[in-house]
Write a protein that binds this ligand. Structure first.
Ligand code: NAG
Ligand code: NAG
Ligand code: NAG
Ligand code: NAG
Ligand code: NAG
Ligand code: NAG
Ligand code: NAG
Ligand code: NAG
Ligand code: NAG
Ligand code: NAG
Ligand code: NAG
Length: 411
């Protein structure tokens, strides 16, 4: 009797839950930003409906997924169609948003032009982002994580606000307008429950030089980056997952699944810079794979990487992965499809304690079976990356992979 009771208690205390994890390596395109509808449609992918499950599902998009929403509509038309750089595109938007920018430059006298533009874009960017991911989480019955930049917001139904800060394309049907509460612009990941409610938002705390200099973002406070229930999710946006202060803070809260929406704004098949000899994918192993060695509680990592050229000078690329903690003894090192391009198992020797469950393909295969040296393989891959780049004039220009990877896990 006692034994039975004990067994009963044991069984009760084992909480086993199966989850479906999905990472979308979405290939971004400015062509999808014509209207709110076309912007939504690019994310309403049929391949996601094929993965609908009765298991709770977590679906992750990349970092800055909402960025292209800045170019939606008539006000973004010239910026979308000009053939210059990202700076040129932002300058063109400044002309369309001049009156709103002026009002913010008066309200916040010391802000930069770029911040004034970002504040002016609050309505179009949040409207499209929130509608898209709120609606998708409902129709896919999934928890969705997606990221964008923007200030803290309020909703106004004041007709004067709508007229001044709203979207002329929606006139006279716009019933509310999203306005900034303060002047700070953050890089934020938002979490939507399967019923479409926004349940959490987490800011990036370590910013890149481009985020500081070009976009003039403000870092989030690490102490606000709390674990999210259910399933003890936590978020480390892109390079945040490389920082031990972020990892140890999330680990100390018993995070189980670390979600890393990423946006690698440089060639994937290249050294990390012209003056460096470090292969970009080698460097990335220290993030989504290496984090297990630095933590104790995190069991899974999901890294989603946006791909696609934007304007004449922005290259975004990388391979998405879903990984789990696993001891070195139990690592199986025989699937080369689980390795980033240009790497061999020997290159991840130091990064033990992980197992890649699934990894997205790159734009072309790594020619591993052609008896080439690693350096020759990398050279071939790098040549292909140059064909993918903007203005390459190659038929392969912008033919980055556009991927969905998934796996079912027990937690
Ligand atoms: C989203 O895509 C699904 C599947 O293709 C389709 O049935 C649905 O109508 C689309 N939703 C909208 C709002 O277009
Ligand atoms: C939605 O997902 C839950 C699991 O999270 C499942 O129990 C439920 O049946 C699903 N609902 C529909 C309508 O598919
Ligand atoms: C703007 O900057 C000036 C000088 O840098 C400073 O004196 C002033 O307090 C600032 N004003 C605001 C509103 O931050
Ligand atoms: C997001 O969009 C949904 C659906 O349109 C709406 O109900 C909700 O109020 C919006 N949430 C925010 C925070 O704007
Ligand atoms: C405004 O709503 C009306 C009625 O639904 C519709 O016919 C019209 O096309 C809408 N206008 C815009 C600009 O969306
Ligand atoms: C939607 O789901 C969230 C998380 O499960 C819950 O907190 C919230 O109350 C729900 N909202 C509605 C309107 O049912
Ligand atoms: C994390 O888990 C450990 C062991 O189960 C527990 O002692 C600790 O209180 C938990 N910490 C938090 C912040 O939940
Ligand atoms: C990258 O670095 C390697 C040395 O590790 C060097 O041989 C190679 O030429 C470099 N590649 C590029 C494209 O600069
Ligand atoms: C390796 O896997 C075996 C079988 O699943 C398990 O018994 C063992 O504890 C694992 N080793 C480590 C170090 O986790
Ligand atoms: C892969 O490696 C694991 C452990 O290292 C081994 O058990 C398994 O048989 C190998 N599979 C193949 C297909 O070689
Ligand atoms: C592969 O390359 C090595 C070194 O260049 C050479 O010794 C070996 O014969 C080659 N093997 C085959 C199958 O071509």
């Amino acid at each position: 009797m006692k034994l039975l009771f004990f067994l009963y208690l044991c069984l009760l205390s084992i909480r086993v839950e199966s989850l479906r994890l999905i990472a979308i390596g979405h290939r971004q395109s400015i062509d999808a930003s014509v209207t709110y509808e076309t912007w939504f449609n690019q994310f309403n992918r049929t391949d996601l409906y094929e993965l609908k499950s009765y298991e709770p599902t977590i679906l992750v998009f990349g970092e800055l997924t909402g960025f292209t929403a800045a170019f939606i509509g008539t006000r973004g038309q010239h910026a979308r169609t000009q053939s210059g750089t990202i700076q040129d595109a932002l300058l063109s938007l400044m002309q369309s948003y001049e009156k709103q920018m002026t009002s913010y430059l008066i309200k916040y006298p010391n802000i930069s032009m770029i911040n004034a533009l970002e504040l002016s874009l609050s309505d179009v960017m949040w409207r499209s982002f929130n509608q898209t991911f709120s609606s998708l989480s409902r129709s896919l019955n999934a928890t969705i994580v997606s990221a964008t930049i923007g200030p803290r917001l309020m909703r106004s139904t004041d007709l004067k606000d709508i007229e001044f800060y709203g979207d002329p394309d929606l006139y006279p049907n716009q019933t509310e307008v999203y306005l900034p509460l303060t002047k700070e612009i953050y890089n934020t990941a938002h979490v939507y429950a399967p019923n479409g409610s926004l349940i959490a938002s987490r800011d990036k705390s370590h910013l890149t030089p481009a985020e500081i200099e070009l976009l003039q973002l403000v870092p989030g406070k690490l102490e606000d980056n709390r674990v999210i229930e259910p399933n003890s999710l936590c978020i480390a946006i892109c390079i945040d997952a490389f920082y031990s202060n972020v990892l140890s803070y999330l680990d100390s809260q018993n995070c189980t699944i670390l979600i890393q929406p990423s946006f690698n704004a440089q060639m994937w098949a290249a050294n990390i810079s012209a003056s460096s000899t470090i292969w970009q994918p080698s460097d990335w192993t220290y993030g989504p794979l290496g984090l297990f060695k630095q933590t104790q509680n995190i069991q899974f990592s999901i890294n989603t990487m946006v791909t696609g050229n934007l304007f004449r000078d922005m290259i975004v690329d990388g391979q998405s992965t879903i990984n789990q903690r696993l001891s070195k003894e139990n690592q199986s090192q025989n699937k080369t499809s689980d390795l980033y391009i240009g790497l061999d198992w020997i290159d991840v020797q130091d990064i033990d304690q992980f197992q890649t469950l699934v990894m997205s393909k790159w734009a072309r295969d790594d020619p591993r079976n052609r008896n080439l040296t690693k350096s020759e393989r990398r050279q071939l891959l790098h040549q292909y990356a140059q064909e993918l780049a903007p203005d390459s004039k190659s038929p392969n220009e912008n033919k980055y992979a556009d991927t969905v990877i998934w796996t079912d896990v027990i937690i």
